[in-house]
Design a protein around this ligand. Structure first.
Ligand code: ATP
Ligand code: MG
Length: 765
């Protein structure tokens, strides 16, 4: 389906259209939230294909989540037809997996490599810590991994770390004593080196390695680099503000910009040289990046805001196009967002405007405690559903931290409202799922020591730490894998008879399973079924009396369904391919895609909400210490990042925004009094219609703001009074009972009784 030019840009504004059509080596579309950046990026891909005459295989498009990738691919299919299905539209991580599976061999990665998740990595660090006598109470695996991740995001190799801090350490060396590390870098560097050594031995990578090792591949293997530079003539990256240094370098390497005189080339291109892709193979690829420096919210994962700020310097001759019209939100919502973000230092001011008009005021509510906040939200959702006909799926509740979801969930359940929680459940982190996956992983990659050791005694078969250490000693001494040890069991001396028998049974089980996987050309779902049955994982749980085990059985059966679904959507589905999708799944991927109506309210963290939009958004927990997070309040740069997160949150709303807070919130089992978030103060007063501005307690103390709180009872629209239950909880009468605010019991009931269903709400009118 070759789309005509007018079809691709006809409904865009002039800046958007210019961005779609721009001919030149480097283009930055830097613009505020909701200005159509993602839409323009998608259209530009279609434009490149249909108007520049590029082939689908010449395009690499990077999105921030798998879900965003799937959506972009879907839209491209609609614009240009089914060729879009085979295009490289993916996250950085998925693209790198694809590259490493194909070409990783050149740097020692066999194509069946395992991808370790956080839990696997922690396991590995614990094993290392034990061998090096490191006190994990003092140096937690998590802290060590954070540091290792930092090194990787900044492309600091373990070799260079060792050279600087521990030049006499050889990875794999036994009996090394770190001593009392005067410099903590010594410890981190040694663990880093050892960690990489063991990952390599296990033919495994962690998430950061996916990027880092791909960069290594491109930098050290000129022929591989040449292949990809020849292949990808157009590279497009969404959410560029959240790239880290390694990803930035990856883009440059793939594009081949450092290989050439970038300035000269782009000047040539910009002067109108034809962009016939086939003849361009000597030039660097054309790069388009899209982002908003005000929405950079992943610094804690190494994202570097300078990547977008310095784009013009990094890519000389780059063109910048600003989009100023917001198509998503009302003016009220934009004004709030603009006012909040204006408090950040050192940013370029942006003008964002909308043609959508002022719209509804922002609605504010101050609750006595978290339970009441949640109950009020549930009540309000029920109300707007019934009275205003708002679909549940048009509503999102957002919060700073996952822990806040519990009281919100309870309230929605009490009120009988359908909802979906994004990210909280972590299906793939459940123990039984991880066990099953560990088996699958070990089948695909027997060198995977972490997973092989994990399943040695799962389900229990009498192979404890003693048995494990016998194998480890044998295989370590020979510099080989754990599995090789098991496999050569007969050559190991001094194994107690019973242990030998059990080990042989485990060895035979694994041999049978891999034979099953290989011989029958078995589908992933069949292999999953075989593993669940043959290993006894399922049997153990089915026999159990523990009610929790019943739900574990369900989870395992769901794993099998996921595999079956994967087969249906993937031609030539392999077990390795299936494991890849399970390893790279992110929170936001659980969201239904845009054109299916879930019929449910969505609950998620602010981080997960990036790039999404909803007609109605509740921003909850707007308190100092909750949001901004307590960790960030002392540190100017972290506070700026929290503010950007607030900006992201506010700009998710299309038509109506709610801001709520609780005066008391339980943290670490203690009821703490919470001050209102400074971000609330930063929203101009005139934009917020407070349904309740202060709690009874705050009022008795003289209030938190110098504003009179008349509006709490009379200041808002009369028509709302009845529906908001002005009589039931807006009046001063009820304050008496609220002095016991810690209990929450007095509110538990009203969430259920007054608002349990829409009909009771409307009958009160
Ligand atoms: P964010 O910064 O949150 O990622 P964005 O800049 O990527 O936002 P989009 O998600 O592309 O913005 O667009 C926001 C909304 O505006 C979408 O619903 C999109 O379809 C709509 N939109 C963008 N441009 C236009 C246009 N020219 N005409 C009509 N609607 C548009
Ligand atoms: Mg976007």
């Amino acid at each position: 389906i070759a789309r005509s030019a007018t079809e691709l840009v006809g409904d865009l504004n002039p800046q958007q259209a210019q961005a779609v059509q721009y001919r030149g080596q480097a283009l930055l579309i830097g613009a505020g939230a909701g200005s159509g950046k993602t839409r323009v990026l998608t259209r530009r891909i279609a434009w490149i294909l249909t108007q520049f005459g590029a082939w689908p295989s010449q395009i690499l498009a990077i999105t921030f989540t798998n879900k965003a990738a799937a959506e972009m691919r879907e839209r491209l299919s609609a614009l240009i037809g089914p060729v879009a299905e085979h295009m490289w539209v993916s996250t950085f991580h998925s693209a790198c997996v694809r590259i490493l599976r194909r070409d990783g061999k050149a740097i020692g990665l066999n194509s069946g490599f395992s991808i370790y998740d956080t839990a696997d990595c922690e396991r590995l660090v614990k094993l290392i810590a034990a061998d090096l006598n490191i006190d994990v109470k003092r140096y937690t695996p998590r802290a060590i991994l954070t540091r290792i991740s930092d090194y990787k995001n900044n492309l600091k190799s373990w070799q260079s770390q060792l050279k600087t801090y521990a030049p006499d350490y050889r990875p794999g060396q036994r009996g090394y004593q770190i001593g009392n590390f005067g410099d903590i870098e010594v410890l981190y560097s040694i663990v880093y080196a050892e960690y990489q050594h063991r990952l390599a031995a296990a033919n495994a990578v962690d998430f950061d390695d996916l990027i880092g090792r791909t960069v290594e591949l491109l930098r050290t293997q000129p022929d591989v680099a040449a292949y990809y530079r020849h292949k990808f003539r157009y590279i497009l990256v969404d959410e560029y503000q959240d790239t880290n240094h390694a990803q930035y370098v990856l883009v440059r390497e793939l594009a081949g910009v450092d290989e050439h005189n970038a300035a000269g080339q782009s000047a040539l291109a910009a002067s109108g040289a034809p962009a016939a892709p086939v003849q361009m193979s000597q030039q660097p690829a054309w790069i388009t990046v899209v982002g908003d420096s005000d929405q950079s919210i992943y610094a804690f994962r190494g994202a570097d805001i300078r990547n977008i700020q310095d784009f013009e310097r990094d890519f000389p001759g780059a063109k910048t196009i600003m989009l100023e019209q917001n198509y998503r939100s009302t003016q009220t919502i934009l004004d709030a967002a603009n006012a909040v973000i204006a408090n950040n230092q050192g940013r370029k001011p942006k003008k964002l405007w909308t043609a959508l008009g002022k719209g509804d005021p922002i609605i504010g509510y101050a609750a006595d405690n978290a339970q009441q906040e949640a109950a009020w939200i549930a009540g309000e959702i029920a109300r707007i559903h019934v009275e205003e006909g708002v679909a549940y799926s048009d509503i999102a509740i957002m919060y700073r931290a996952n822990a806040q979801s519990r009281s919100l969930e309870e309230a929605l359940i009490n009120a009988g409202l359908p909802y979906q929680l994004v990210g909280g459940t972590k299906f793939y982190e459940r123990r039984e799922i991880k066990d099953a996956i560990a088996y699958l992983q070990a089948i695909v990659n027997p060198a995977d020591n972490v997973n092989m050791r994990r399943i040695l005694n799962v389900p229990k078969r009498g192979l404890g730490p003693r048995a494990e250490s016998i194998i480890v000693a044998w295989s370590d001494a020979r510099g080989t894998t754990f599995w090789n040890g098991v496999d050569h069991l007969d050559e190991i001396e001094g194994v107690p008879t019973r242990t030998a028998k059990q080990l042989a049974a485990f060895r035979d089980l694994m041999r049978e399973l891999s034979a099953f996987a290989a011989e029958h050309d078995a589908k992933p779902s069949e292999i999953v079924a075989e593993v669940l049955q043959r290993t006894g994982l399922l049997g153990e749980l089915q026999c159990s009396e523990d009610p929790q085990d019943a739900s574990r059985v369900e989870n395992l059966s769901q794993l099998q369904s996921v595999a079956a679904e994967f087969e249906q959507n993937t031609p030539d589905a392999t077990l390795a391919g299936f494991l890849e999708t399970t390893a790279l799944v992110a929170d936001s991927d659980q969201l239904p895609s845009e054109n299916e109506d879930s019929g449910k309210v969505t609950m998620m963290t602010l981080h997960t909400a990036k790039g999404l939009e909803y007609p109605v958004v509740f921003l909850t927990g707007m308190e100092q210490g909750t949001f901004p997070h307590s960790r960030a309040m002392e540190d100017a740069s972290e506070l700026s990042e929290e503010r950007r997160l607030a900006y992201v949150g506010i700009t998710r709303a299309k038509r109506r925004l709610y801001v709520t807070r609780a005066a008391v919130r339980a943290q670490w089992g203690q009821a703490n009094e919470m001050m209102p978030s400074q971000f609330l103060d930063e929203i101009p007063d005139t934009l917020i219609d407070w349904k309740r501005r202060e709690t009874g307690m705050e009022r008795m103390r003289g209030g938190w703001s110098n504003n009179s709180f008349d509006d709490e009872f009379g200041g808002w629209d009369d028509s709302d009074t009845t529906t908001f239950g002005g009589s039931s909880y807006g009046s001063s009468r009820s304050y008496g009972s609220r002095s016991s605010y810690g209990s929450g019991s007095s509110y538990g009931s009203y969430g259920g009784s007054s608002y349990s269903s829409g009909s009771s709400g409307s009958s009160r009118r």
